[in-house]
Design a protein around this ligand. Structure first.
Ligand code: NDP
Length: 434
């Protein structure tokens, strides 16, 4: 805490992991003496840079960019870029730290990293977004590479932004390589990448629910957010026979007891880039309320928080449980506060922690890297089948690790331990490289 002042989210993420892996330290004193535990919490490299660009009125704007290259023990750094005004070093470090274990859980060769900028894409014109992305890439291009560090999207960074950044990289370097994932299908993207995080979340949760004799079929489901993860989680929930009753954006939430019409949500958020309150104009059974945090007061069987960190607190968790919610799957990164997580574990709620449950996005990004290296692309069905296998495997590994360490059904502990062991083994084998 002294060494990294004001990095609250980073402290929260580190505390959770270190508490979970305590029993591993007892089994592996050689890792303790090799300094693995103190090395793993220090990024290998963190880069902060000025991003200046010119807005539509001709005014110069200045933002701060970040790339934290956290751990490369098992592969090139891999993790998204977030464009949101709340971005600061502590948030990027928390996301990069979590990414190490998540990437390890996918069983694919990818290290952990994360980046972003305090730029606010809301209300910006297409030209402003492009000029900003180009300026951001001017500096980022010096630090990434297909075998070094391969960023992807996150909040505020979707296909459009990845396209602008990729174009600038190509212009600067005169090379066509897989330095970003989440690319468009016309220039090296992978089928099913857009759907991957949301679909993967549902594959993971379906496996966890099945283990308890339950499933999405016939269940009512609340999903927070209405961005990339939320929309494709909603699509898969519907395919699996569940009914979505509520969704949100950062202003408020919609409740539709008849079941949310996803085509309308996609049109509003993906095409028109408008606010979710628009939904009620074409759906008379639906109501809209200001205040996104109140979405957890809606009665549901399964909750999928897919918006942002710490969006579901202890109070919200109590309300969910009191209303009969029996499963929570984290699509966003660290959406539940520690109080909420503890309550879910205590109350035996089927709880899929982010690191494990939302790893489908990065896993499919790694599949995009493989396809780029081969200069070849797989069909949607092939990628989706691989994604499903990966998610089922993550569930198995996390639940087996939980059992082995005497914490049966605690997937938080299981995911942290399973993710950590592979990275620690690699770091130990590589000596004191950093
Ligand atoms: P998007 O930008 O596509 O969507 C984010 C959604 O969350 C929007 O609906 C946004 O509302 C809402 N939101 C953002 N900030 C807040 C806030 N402070 N309070 C309430 N709602 C908010 O991002 P993604 O869907 O890509 O990412 C969502 C989460 O999933 C993040 O935690 C991200 O790190 C995580 N994640 C994403 C992956 C991916 O592949 N995209 C992979 C793994 C994790 P509004 O429209 O009003 O801004």
């Amino acid at each position: 805490v002294k060494k990294n002042p004001n990095e609250t989210e980073f402290h929260q993420a580190v505390r959770e992991v270190l508490e979970s892996i305590d029993p591993v330290a007892e089994k592996h004193p050689e890792w303790v003496s090799a300094g693995i535990f103190s090395r793993i919490v220090e990024p290998e490299r963190q880069i902060m840079f000025r991003v200046s660009w010119v807005d539509d009125s001709g005014k110069v704007q200045v933002n701060r960019g970040f790339r934290v290259q956290f751990n490369s023990a098992i592969g090139p750094y891999k993790g998204g870029l977030r464009f949101h005004p709340s971005v600061n070093l502590g948030i990027i470090k928390f996301l990069g730290f979590e990414q190490i274990f998540k990437n390890s859980l996918t069983s694919l060769p990818i290290g952990g990293g994360k980046g972003g900028c305090d730029f606010d894409p809301k209300g910006k014109s297409d030209g402003e977004i492009m000029r900003f992305c180009q300026s951001f890439m001017c500096e980022l291009s010096k630090h990434i590479g297909a075998d070094t560090d391969v960023p992807a999207g996150d909040i505020g960074v979707g296909g459009r932004e990845i396209g602008y950044m990729y174009g600038m990289y190509k212009r600067l370097r005169n090379e066509f390589t897989g330095i970003l994932t989440g690319k468009g299908l016309a220039y090296g993207g992978s089928l099913a990448r857009t759907e991957a995080t949301g679909y993967g979340l549902c594959y993971f949760m379906e496996e966890a629910l099945n283990a308890k004799g339950k499933s999405f079929k016939g269940a009512t489901v609340t999903i927070s957010g209405s961005g990339n993860v939320s929309i494709y989680a909603a699509e898969k929930v519907q395919q699996l026979g569940g009914k979505i009753v509520a969704m949100s954006d950062s202003n408020g939430y919609i409740f539709d007891p008849a079941g949310i019409n996803l085509d309308t949500v996609k049109q509003i958020k993906e095409v028109d880039r408008l606010r979710i309150n628009k939904y009620v104009e074409s759906h008379p059974t639906a109501t809209y309320k200001d205040g996104c945090a109140d979405i957890w007061s809606v009665k549901c069987d399964i909750a999928l928080p897919c918006a942002t960190q710490n969006e579901l607190d202890g109070q919200a968790a109590q309300t969910l449980v009191a209303n009969g919610c029996y499963a929570v799957g984290e699509g966003a990164n660290m959406p539940s506060t520690p109080e909420a997580v503890n309550l879910f574990i205590d109350k035996k709620v089927v709880f899929g922690p982010a690191k494990a449950a939302n790893a489908g996005g990065v896993a499919t990004s790694a599949l995009e890297m493989s396809q780029n290296s081969m200069r070849y692309s797989w069909s949607f069905e092939e990628v989706d089948a691989k994604l499903k296998d990966i998610m089922i495997n993550i569930y198995k590994n996390a639940s087996e690790a939980a059992k082995e360490y005497g914490q049966e059904d605690n997937l938080v502990v299981g995911a942290n331990i399973a993710g950590f062991i592979k990275v620690a083994t690699a770091m130990y084998a590589q000596g004191i490289a950093y």
